[in-house]
Design a protein around this ligand. Structure first.
Ligand code: CU
Ligand code: ZN
Length: 188
């Protein structure tokens, strides 16, 4: 009687094809960055009602090899609108968000587009709301840390603006009022 061959000779050749996609997924998902070390709960400011917005949502901050990864989902935006989005210097959402002062800028740069050579450390990619007024956030930040220090994000504010950022006007991007705000805090 012939033994039943359950593993054809072809199987080993298939392993790379099966395992490579898994490896790629493992290397590009937030899990690679470990547990969230900080978070920010967004909430409406005194400027929200006039802007016709009700911003909310939770963003989590993870870290790996000098890169801070920010992820989460923001709701309560204007449907299908684009909103300026920044880390601001001071973790204070009072006075319609104006107490957060200017963009987080530890390197003395000009305002610009996220990832550009000349941009504030706090310049984030614009929030692009879907038809429900929600936007997913997945951003990598370099040159910043998750601590309380000159380059640290802990204790800074995240601001959601009413209007789009023009990435040109100095030093604000002319994104209008600040209807959404939250203070970045450590999870430890
Ligand atoms: Cu801003
Ligand atoms: Zn800026």
């Amino acid at each position: 009687m012939k033994p039943i061959r359950s593993a054809p000779a072809l199987w080993p050749a298939l392993w790379p094809a099966l395992c490579l996609p898994l490896l790629l997924v493992a290397c590009t998902t937030p899990g690679t960055y470990g547990p969230p070390l900080a978070r920010v709960q967004l909430a409406p400011t005194g400027a929200a009602q006039a802007a016709g917005m009700n911003p909310g949502g939770l963003l989590e901050f993870r870290q790996a090899e000098g890169v801070v990864y920010v992820s989460g989902r923001i709701t309560g935006l204007k449907p299908n609108a684009v909103h300026g989005f920044h880390v601001h210097e001071v973790g204070d959402c009072a006075n319609e968000g104006m107490a957060s002062r200017g963009h987080f800028n530890p390197n003395g740069k000009s305002h610009g587009m996220h990832g550009a050579e000349d941009a504030h450390a706090g310049d984030l990619p614009a929030l692009k709301a879907d038809a429900n007024g929600a936007a997913d956030v997945r951003v990598e930040l370099r040159g910043v840390s998750l601590d309380v220090s000159p380059r640290g994000l802990i204790g800074r504010a995240v601001i959601i603006h009413r209007d789009p950022d023009d990435f040109k006007t100095q030093p604000t991007g002319n994104a209008g009022p600040r209807p959404g705000c939250g203070v970045i805090e450590t999870t430890r």
